[in-house]
Design a binder for this molecule. Sequence first.
Ligand SMILES: [Fe+2]
Ligand SMILES: [Fe+2]
Length: 327
Amino acid sequence: MRNRGFLTPVTENFLHAYGVGKVAFELALKSNVDPETAFIAGSLHDLGGAIPDSDRVEVAESLGIELFEEERKVPMLVHAKQGDYFAQALFGIENTDVLDSILYHTTCIDNASTLVKIIFLADKIQWDRNGEPPYLKDLLKALDNSLDEGCRYFLEWLWNSQLYVIHPFLVRSYGYYSKGQEFPSSTRKTRNVYLSEDIKRKYFLNEIVYEFKKAFEMGKKASEPFIKGSESFNKAFIAGALANSVNTIFQNQRLYVANKVGIETKHETNESLLPKLSHYFAKNEFGIDDSELLQAILYHQQESDCESKICHSVKAAYQTLYKEEAK
Ligand SMILES: [Fe+2]
Ligand SMILES: [Fe+2]
């Protein structure tokens, strides 16, 4: 059973984010959606989580984000709207499908696009708590039929759980997927987004952007030598993107975490532990069992040559992106 209570909340959040990105990547491959776009959308879905509950309503109001009464009652629900805003303001994302997938990741929405359904379900499959989600087996079974069936199953599960408030988006998505109801379509308004340096500093938004951009760039660079859509391309993208997924475990915590997860630390340094930790979480958090992909994550920082083309490519990407920066 997955347990990561010994990690800092920041590392846990990144693991959840990349985990959703990875599941979204896989669902996209089966659904004719660009997997890289799905990985980015999945990774960024909880961006709004950077704002603590206590500040959510105030920050949203200062940014001109309109709130429902239900969101004022349960400020956690605001994070989806904030994530949509941050994806625009911090990453310059203009693709409305990606922005919608962040906006609707908690509740889904009626008549959702394929990407919106993928991010909604990936977030539930790779949930952010310890242990296995109680609905997981049945959700995966429903998903075997179709994304719509997966949405219907989970929305019914959610609707029948003890909800303190019912979000207006959930009324629409449940009505649509479970009851076949139709709703008047809502269109996204164009808006100007702006985040002050104060807000960025206060909530460590620059650091968050830095980490995610690195992962996206590593995935892109590592997959470049391969034919887009090929198995090697997909493996190299995921290996590159997840090669440094636990970068946020600080130097002085690495030994502690390594001991917790049973990695032999006798001959290790703080530097040598990082790829080992990334390898551990790739296997145990993201469920990766492909040996070529795991090797690429494990050896991408080593001087010695690696055997597979994928490993070589992830290594080259790391050398170009990280080593350049260190100079
Ligand atoms: Fe969320
Ligand atoms: Fe999430």
